[in-house]
Design a binder for this molecule. Sequence first.
Ligand code: AMP
Ligand code: GLY
Length: 433
Amino acid sequence: MRFLVVGSGGREHALGWKIAEEGRDNEIYFLPGNGGTSGIGKNIDIAPTDFGAVSRFASEVSADLVIVGPEDPLALGIVDKLEEAGLTVFGPTAGGARIEGSKAFAKEMMTKHSIPTAPFRVFTAEAEAHRYIDKSSKRLVIKADGLARGKGAIVAQDGEEAHSAVEMIMGKKAFGDAGDTIVIEERLTGEEASVLAVTDGERYIILPPSQDHKPIYDDDQGPNTGGMGAYCPAPVVDQEALNYIESNVIKRVLKGLKKEGVTYRGVIYAGLMINDEGIFVIEFNARFGDPEIQCILPAIDVNLGDLLLKAAEGRLERTGRITASRWGVSVVMASGGYPGSYAKGKEIRGIDEALAREEVVVFHAGTSRKDDGRLVTSGGRVLAVTGSGNTLREARRKTYHACRAIDFEGAHMRTDIGLKGLARLEKAGVIEC
Ligand code: AMP
Ligand code: GLY
């Protein structure tokens, strides 16, 4: 089978890695890929948003399946374009990707279909947003409506910060047109988790729940990033919680999309906040989470290529769940300065040593290969080092051990990925955790 993976991050490396493991005959092209994907397939220098070039290349190589990783091309309609050319594509059309590309659309859909979420208001006029903040006694989160590379949500500490967020997004247009409309919602507290489901528009398969860590520093301190590490399965989502999420979130959002006239084929990602009062959707994404999928794939036994192909073709055999057969922990090693500005071109050493350890994979994100073969940094999130094991503790140990073998100037990572899960297991009296 011939697969084409669109994107260049750790998520795309992980998807390709799994498919490569599944069959020697699987050929994988990455558009454009990174310094790690060239080791398992061919990197083709085509930008994910150059739909004409993607479509021509996919047709030229007679790709059996095109898998779209990132949100930008999805929101811009890559799937519509490729399907017009007769290609089989895993990912929602632009109409479906609005669930991620417009927070106002997503929130209104949640209200319409009784999906639990924080109370909110939508604003298109800056002055009105300021007046609302003045009158509100709640702690608020200000969000740009459109895509903003994961930086469009500002969790305000007080009214003053809420006003400055509105000013930054609507007044100074920090995220361009993405901030022409904003959503202001009540701030929720609790523990976050991600639940992803692969769907063919009718049936769905829920993947084991995972937990990302967005702030840059340990103990969830500092500014938000694209995600600094994740583990799977996340104990905060127990059976009862997962039943609730399936009935009240996954089923309802798919039904809602259908009512909007969308046949949604791809992944629906629910970002959730869980607290004593219940489970609330913070956001929906129209793609696999990064780094969530890096820790999920090594923890499950499933033929991914087959699953994604069946979903794309609208022929999943059943609705159900995949449970994790082991634990997965993925730790992001980032460039010094990230999520602010950072240097590129730093030589990365020690990956082979890390890979020599059992049950360790190193997914590349911001890496590239120089002509002389040296591997250097080329992005903020550089690597997602992933270990798996029979217990969460063991998976954590393998992952951090592997991280210690790797080095590049300025490298930094969180040291607490998975600790919330461990604390929860210990509290529940699980001895072998
Ligand atoms: P979003 O862009 O909607 O995914 O939000 C990014 C991050 O901001 C989330 O992962 C949360 O950590 C935080 N966040 C978003 N909305 C809320 C909320 N209503 N209450 C508390 N934290 C939130
Ligand atoms: N890890 C968060 C995201 O993929 O949006």
